[in-house]
Design a binder for this molecule. Structure first.
Ligand SMILES: Cc1cc2nc3c(=O)[nH]c(=O)nc-3n(C[C@H](O)[C@H](O)[C@H](O)COP(=O)(O)OP(=O)(O)OC[C@H]3O[C@@H](n4cnc5c(N)ncnc54)[C@H](O)[C@@H]3O)c2cc1C
Length: 420
């Protein structure tokens, strides 16, 4: 996100995030990569000390009451650390947002304050073995009310923070008879020490090491009824709210990852020689740099617009559906631009880019996940077209707009306009 787009306070947050990102010891990243560090809790502590966690939440709960724009500007800076740490940084905002919007005062007091102080680290346990894209259609986890408790049964897959998190925000079916599954699911907070919660698989991953990514099983896991977030069977609206930070943070973090790779590759191309001149002087190389920078800037502009849309939604000036469309576009665009940029960076660097002498190979492995998680590229496209079709199906969309179809020479040949 270009600095000149930001307000003074937004820029201050972005620069603070840059300072924190710069301060992270390279040894920590190396330890994560070599898997000697399974879950870098100290990264949370560093951010807590800098008062950089849960930026969006109110000052009452230790946040800064920051805008979505400011929060995403900070996440972009964290992207320079790679996806593991930018995700770890973002999780506080992701799991805190449903509590921030729908939680009780007690829940906010415990969990939002826990997040901003770094005392509690939250993770999201949403995906199930039966499906991530069609989550609501394929969900199997159930929560049954029993006295003053809910009993959870089921399992959640690929959970970052499965190892290491103190609590999970999760979703479970609470009304099997609901005519539409979206009306029969509820959201819950599940503490790590809940009896019946067990980690059963720690995944070996291509990239994004150090997130403690696990499968979590709930076997008659009993949680207090007050851990229900919002209303019973109100999980779908909570899920949609949670997807704002979920997708925006991946979108903004991707810009940082992509820029880091292109900056390294450009530095290399300025020094490395072939055929009598520096690599940068070969058009085949310099155009790759120009194209990557352009698509990353294009993506950053869309992240800014989508973050502004999220802020406008907060203020009641934009419907959720409009914000969702832009956020999905930003997630799709940024992750694809990041992937292309990191791939170009590797090509520019030749063989050495493929080795662990430079971090491009790590960024490449990390980047691949961006197109899959938090809603895959295909799911983003489904949302974008769905929201657009809904928009143009409403008469008010066309109010005051030119009807361009009428400009065709043979517009009046209605008998040629056959649709079935
Ligand atoms: C390392 C890692 C970390 C993760 N972290 C978390 C986490 O912390 N918390 C969490 O809850 N989840 C997490 N996830 C899960 C992630 O969000 C899901 O993997 C993702 O949403 C895709 O779901 P799936 O793997 O079940 O694939 P599926 O839903 O089975 O989809 C498989 C493929 O089919 C495509 N597809 C599905 N439906 C359609 C359609 N209608 N049209 C076209 N294509 C379609 C998908 O795009 C995808 O390419 C993580 C995953 C990984 C790998």
């Amino acid at each position: 996100m270009e600095d000149f787009l930001l307000s003074e306070s937004e820029l201050e947050i972005k620069l603070k995030a840059r300072k924190v990102a710069k301060s992270i010891p390279p040894d920590l990243i190396r330890a994560i990569e070599s898997e000697t560090k399974k879950f870098p809790r100290e990264f949370v502590d560093i951010n807590a000390k800098a008062n950089m966690l849960g930026l969006r939440f109110s000052k009452e709960y230790g946040g800064r009451g920051a805008s979505w724009v400011a929060d995403m500007a900070a996440v972009e800076e964290m992207g320079y650390l790679g996806f593991t740490l930018s995700c770890m940084y973002s999780l506080g905002t992701i799991v805190g947002e449903p509590i921030n919007k729908f939680g009780t005062k007690d829940q906010k007091e415990k969990y939002l304050r826990g997040i901003t102080s770094g005392l509690l680290y939250g993770a999201e346990a949403i995906t199930e073995p039966s499906g991530g894209s069609d989550l609501f259609g394929m969900m199997k986890t159930t929560a049954t009310k029993k006295g003053k408790s809910f009993i959870l049964n089921g399992q959640k897959r690929f959970i970052v923070g499965g190892q290491g998190a103190d609590f999970f925000v999760t979703y479970a079916i609470t009304d099997q008879s609901a005519p539409n599954r979206t009306r029969g699911v509820s959201a819950f907070i599940v503490d790590r020490n809940t009896p019946g919660l067990k980690i059963e698989t720690m995944y070996g991953l291509m990239g994004n090491k150090g997130g403690g990514t696990a499968r979590i099983v709930f076997r008659d896991a009993e949680i207090p009824a007050e851990n229900l977030i919002g209303t019973l069977n109100g999980g779908y609206d909570i899920f949609n709210t949670m997807m704002i930070p979920e997708r925006l943070t991946t979108a903004s973090g991707s810009i940082g990852v992509g820029m880091a790779a292109i900056e390294i590759a450009t530095g290399y191309a300025l020094r490395r020689k072939a055929f009598g001149s520096k690599l940068i002087e070969h058009e085949g190389v310099s155009f790759k740099i120009a194209e990557s920078l352009t698509s990353l800037a294009n993506s950053a502009a869309l992240v800014y617009e989508a973050s502004k849309a999220a802020d406008a939604y907060e203020m009641g000036r934009l419907p959720m559906a409009r914000a969702r469309k832009l956020i999905s576009m930003a997630k799709l665009n940024s992750t694809e631009a990041m992937w292309a940029a990191v791939n170009s960076a590797m090509q520019i660097m030749g063989g050495i880019g493929y080795t662990t002498v430079y971090p491009i190979e790590r960024l490449l492995r990390d980047a691949r996940l961006g197109l899959i998680w938090t809603g895959s590229s295909e799911v983003m496209k489904m949302i974008i077209q769905h929201e657009f079709v809904k928009e143009i199906s409403r008469p008010d969309y066309w109010e005051g707009k030119r009807v361009v179809e009428q400009d065709a020479i043979d517009f009046k040949l209605v008998e040629e306009k056959v649709y079935e």
